[in-house]
Design a protein around this ligand. Sequence first.
Ligand SMILES: [Zn+2]
Length: 93
Amino acid sequence: MNIPETVIVLGIPYTVERGGCEPDESGYCSPTKRVIGIREGLCREQEEQVFLHELIHAVLTGLAYDEEYENERLVQGLAVGLHQALFGPTSSS
Ligand SMILES: [Zn+2]
């Protein structure tokens, strides 16, 4: 997957940046700044999963699913599940 530099989430443009993460996080989503951040130094699969994870946060906040936005288990489960289905070794693409 090519991680884009900009992604439009429900009509709102988000900039995708590298770095700027807290020591304990792999990425972040800032709906107020419209930024998705990805930690530097991750392997490609980790970067893709982090991008999907933060993208799901952005979609949830755009839909005003505030409780789900805070649910890291749900967000990470969706991210890994989508990543595996789309890019996993059993996909034909
Ligand atoms: Zn999260």
